[in-house]
Design a protein around this ligand. Structure first.
Ligand code: GDP
Length: 464
């Protein structure tokens, strides 16, 4: 376990600066998963296999690996941030669910856009969320390998060379890339190809990539590193030895350990035997760390043992936490180490963080349901922008109770339940038929609202 252990040294070298946390967003099928896979895969090829961790909800790509992938694009002495930590679950759903002290867990984002397809509904949703959370991002214009006339960089490492770029970005691809730049500008962003952007804070850089061939991926990592170094450095300073603070990414079962949580620690340190407070379905859970687990290096992953124990983990890094009583732990909820503080104080902090999800309701309006607090908040925020009032908002499947509430809404347009990423119970469906309540269900906020708005329009037309 030589490499991950060296994180502590990295942190010390970096004077208490942590790794920026990166999220990948974009429309379905535009290549988010493939891009993450490629980044992991390329990083493994470029670096020591042990340096890359995975299977605990996040992937750390250290600076030396980025610099060996990017060749002369990256001089490691220009940077004092230790690398990049990618959240493995792509999409704006996980982005809005994963919080750190009320803000987004991710410090920076990659918005993936298929060059052939341009902006699509979920691209717009992602942009709305990035704007709302003021998260800096760059655009990965993906699938360049599918554009007619694109001439792959034969025989060279998979990076798009800056010098050659102007010769190679021509014809069809050029047109498509400028379409994306135009769409960004329609949404109020000034944007340009990344090699022409000087100020990434006010301009969005567009990086052409192929998640299939890997071309452009080193450029993408280089730009992310540069952007973080320039604009996020101050926010990355942490209390390295302090009590750990993190977010639950996923609640899973691990053989021999029962229910465990995969978490990202973004401040301080978590150690074996630490007392911790974790956000749960019924409020804070107080428990004690039994084991901290890291995945085996990739090269050894085929062996029986998938994880190995570590004594402690310092921010920012992913870790699997084994502890008693984690059954009700909630994805997106906070994790805090108690150490020498008063446990009640820490419980209060966790409660405050859970209460920090902003879902506004009105006297009259529709009923909304979603699978997590974060997605409920995202739906409520978008409805607010569409000036659609919400009377009641809750996490969970659509139940008869929700239909009963909607039924009491006076206005016909309010007799509706909008369900995001959850199921509708059969009883609820039956009751809705009987009581003339409409249930709209979708996994895409944009489409959900569109269906509801069509419904409202039909009612209004009928009333005229
Ligand atoms: P996601 O829904 O955004 O996570 O998209 P996926 O990563 O699942 O990709 C959707 C499809 O596009 C898959 O069939 C991928 O193999 C394909 N794909 C993704 N990136 C590329 C690319 O750069 N080039 C090509 N040719 N195909 C790609």
């Amino acid at each position: 376990m030589s490499e991950p252990d060296s994180h502590a040294d990295d942190d010390a070298d970096a004077g208490g600066l942590r790794t920026p946390i990166v999220a990948v967003l974009g429309h379905v099928d535009h290549g988010k998963t493939s891009l993450l896979d490629k980044i992991r895969g390329s990083a493994v090829t470029a670096g020591e296999s042990g340096a890359i961790t995975q299977h605990i909800g996040s992937t750390a790509v250290p600076l030396d690996v980025i610099s060996s992938m990017a060749g002369d694009l990256v001089d490691p002495t220009d940077f004092d941030l230790p690398g990049l930590l990618f959240i493995d679950t792509p999409g704006h759903h996980s982005f809005s669910t994963l919080r750190s002290r009320g803000g987004a867990l991710a410090d920076i984002a990659i918005l993936v856009v298929d060059v052939n397809d341009g902006f699509q509904p979920q691209t717009m949703e992602a942009i709305d969320i990035l704007k709302r959370t003021q998260t800096p991002f760059i655009v990965a214009a993906n699938k360049i390998d599918t554009v007619p006339g694109w001439n792959p960089n034969e025989g060279e490492p998979v990076r798009v060379s800056k010098e050659k770029q102007s010769d190679r970005v021509q014809g069809d691809l050029d047109e498509k890339l400028y379409e994306i730049i135009g769409q960004l500008s329609d949404n109020g962003f000034s944007a340009d190809m990344y090699w022409r952007v000087q100020d990434f804070q006010n301009n969005i850089g567009v990086v052409p990539v192929s998640a299939e061939t890997g071309e452009g991926v080193p450029d993408l990592l280089t730009v992310m590193m540069g952007l973080s170094q320039r604009y996020l450095k101050e926010e990355m300073s942490i209390d390295v030895g302090g009590p750990g603070v993190g977010t639950v990414l996923e609640v899973t079962d691990a053989r021999g350990f029962g229910t465990t949580v995969d978490a990202v620690v973004y401040d301080g340190t978590i150690s074996e035997d630490d007392e911790i407070v974790v956000g749960g379905l019924d409020g804070p859970i107080v428990t004690e760390v039994r084991a901290l687990l890291k995945p085996q290096p990739l090269a050894e992953i085929r062996t029986e043992k998938q994880f190995e124990r570590v004594e402690s983990v310092a921010a920012a890094d992913g870790v699997k936490i084994a502890a008693p009583d984690l059954d009700d732990a909630m994805a997106g909820a906070p994790v805090r180490v108690v150490r020498d503080r008063d446990v009640d104080e820490v419980i209060l902090e966790v409660e405050e963080e859970l209460a920090g999800f902003e879902v506004s309701t009105a006297e009259e309006g529709v009923v909304i349901k979603a699978d997590t607090l974060g997605s409920l908040e995202a739906l409520s925020g978008t409805l607010e922008e569409h000036e659609i009032p919400v009377m009641r908002a809750e996490v969970g499947d659509v139940a008869p109770r929700d239909v009963r509430v909607a039924e009491t809404a006076g206005e016909p347009i309010n007799r509706a339940v909008l369900a995001f990423g959850v199921d509708t119970l059969d009883d609820a469906e039956r009751l809705a038929d009987q009581e003339d309540v409409e249930i709209f269900a979708d996994d895409v906020i944009y489409q959900l609202i569109e269906h509801y708005e069509d419904h409202v329009e039909a009612i209004e037309t009928a009333q005229q």
